[in-house]
Design a protein. Structure first.
Length: 355
């Protein structure tokens, strides 16, 4: 069977050794895109990361395709309706490092609370003065966690260690979990108004798009801190900029932005077809965020630890092997849907729009 693995790092290839010899295995550095899809028309299985384009326009150019094994938990970058209509199974990595992403949440939060980027820049320039760099304690602050899947609950455990009071919202609250970890479930609007820090841990779905909107920011405390390591489209970027400018939001830590591939490859802006599919105002807003002093942006790297990447690739290879053996696992869309739901992660739980 022809298996094409896109967006590969050199150290990842060894994990695919069990598939070599038995199958035609090809590794490709760039992502799968419309401009290279025709080269892989004979691919029966593809494995991609999140920067590949898996919309109908690309998928229809892969007529032999039977399985997409995404090396991610989220699968909103894949046209699952097309896959379902054409018998293409989609498998994901339901859990690979809830601790990994949760730790990144606090890396962002601590960097903001102690103004580390400014302090480091000042020290590098020989200015050893703390003047103007006053931060704030995490202890005693109220943390609002939106989504209490595997990552959200790990965030709560860490917050407990910092002495924070935690409140949470989830469409499917777990009273036993709340009792065990010592937090309270409350309504979304109440969470917005009561939190000193808000962190998002829900999937990208139509009902969660722009869950933090102009109306949602208006309900928040003055000086709130916002953290997003989930998906970029959960926040209305232009509304966030307005909230940051007005002081409603004191600071933001973002590992995800809308249209990340567009930021990565802005040369594609010269293509009118590409431009037609994106709101260029969002691109401008993203660049504004990247330059704001009270915003820290990391390049979708919350997952990127040695241990987590190993788990991602191991699970992906297992998914491919299971599919080849006729017993597909972690199938989230398309054909051969399992009767048992895949293991829960933050992206398996949802939330209602807050505005």
């Amino acid at each position: 069977m022809k298996i094409v693995v896109f967006e590969t790092e050199p150290r990842e290839t060894s994990f695919f050794e069990p598939l070599k010899g038995l199958h035609d295995l090809v590794f490709i550095d760039p992502p799968l895109r419309s401009e290279n899809a025709d080269r892989y028309a004979d691919a029966e299985i593809v494995s991609t990361f999140i920067y590949s384009e898996l919309d109908a326009g690309v998928l229809e150019r892969l007529p032999a395709l039977r399985l997409i094994a995404t090396r991610s938990t989220g699968f909103d970058h894949i046209d699952t309706d097309y896959c379902a209509a054409h018998g293409i199974a989609v498998s994901n990595v339901p859990s690979y490092g809830e601790n990994t992403v949760a730790e990144h949440v606090f890396a962002l939060l601590l960097a903001l609370s102690r103004r580390l980027p400014e302090a480091m820049d000042r020290a590098r320039h020989g200015q050893f003065s703390p003047q103007g760099l006053q931060g704030f304690d995490l202890a005693g602050k109220t943390l609002g966690v939106v989504g209490t899947g595997a990552i959200g609950r790990r965030v709560i455990r860490i917050a407990n260690g910092f002495g924070m009071e935690t409140i949470a919202f989830d469409v499917d609250p777990d009273p036993d979990l709340a009792k065990d970890l010592g937090f309270r479930y409350i309504g979304f609007d109440e969470l917005l108004s009561a939190s000193d820090v808000i962190t998002l841990h829900v999937p990208s779905r139509p009902e969660t798009r722009h869950i933090l909107s102009t109306q949602a920011f208006a309900r928040m405390k003055d000086g709130v801190v916002v953290i997003n390591t989930a998906r970029g489209d959960l926040i209305d970027t232009r509304a966030l900029i307005q909230a940051l400018t007005s002081g409603k939001v004191a600071a933001a830590g973002l590992d995800v932005l809308p249209d990340e591939p567009l930021i990565r490859e802005e040369a594609e802006l010269i293509c009118s077809i590409f431009c037609d599919r994106h709101d260029l105002r969002d691109l401008v807003a993203n660049h504004v965020l990247l330059r704001m002093q009270n915003v820290i942006v990391t390049p979708h790297s919350a997952f990127n630890t040695l241990e987590a990447v190993d788990r991602i690739v191991e699970t992906t290879v297992e998914n491919i092997g299971a599919f080849l053996a006729g017993a597909p696992r972690n199938v989230v869309a398309g054909s051969s849907m399992p009767t048992v739901e895949p293991a829960e992660d933050a992206t398996a739980r949802g939330t209602r729009r807050g505005s």
